[in-house]
Design a protein around this ligand. Structure first.
Ligand SMILES: [Zn+2]
Length: 92
């Protein structure tokens, strides 16, 4: 369903009501920001700063590195953010 939604959004010229940002939008905004979820500076285009990235379990890093933007990736990103918040104590 994810890809279909994206396609119809691109085509549509009708103004759509403002919705809460989707997980996908949040992931994209984060990726193009220079601030990590923990508050540290990070490189634009990376999901996290190096310390957070290395704190993630290997399988999460693998999933994030090997997917393109899709709702699936957004889910993985959201899980990774939760992991950093809950498991690493890096977010105050
Ligand atoms: Zn960080």
């Amino acid at each position: 369903m994810g890809t279909e939604d994206m396609a119809s959004q691109k085509r549509g010229t009708v103004e759509t009501p403002k919705l809460a940002p989707s997980l996908l939008q949040i992931a994209k905004d984060r990726m193009f920001s220079e601030r990590c979820t923990c508050g540290e500076a990070k490189a634009k285009g990376k999901y996290f700063c190096m310390a957070c990235w290395l704190a993630l379990p290997g399988k999460m890093r693998y999933r994030l590195s090997n997917k393109t933007f899709s709702e699936g990736l957004a889910q993985d990103y959201d899980e990774a953010v939760d992991f950093i918040k809950i498991e690493t104590g890096r977010v105050k």
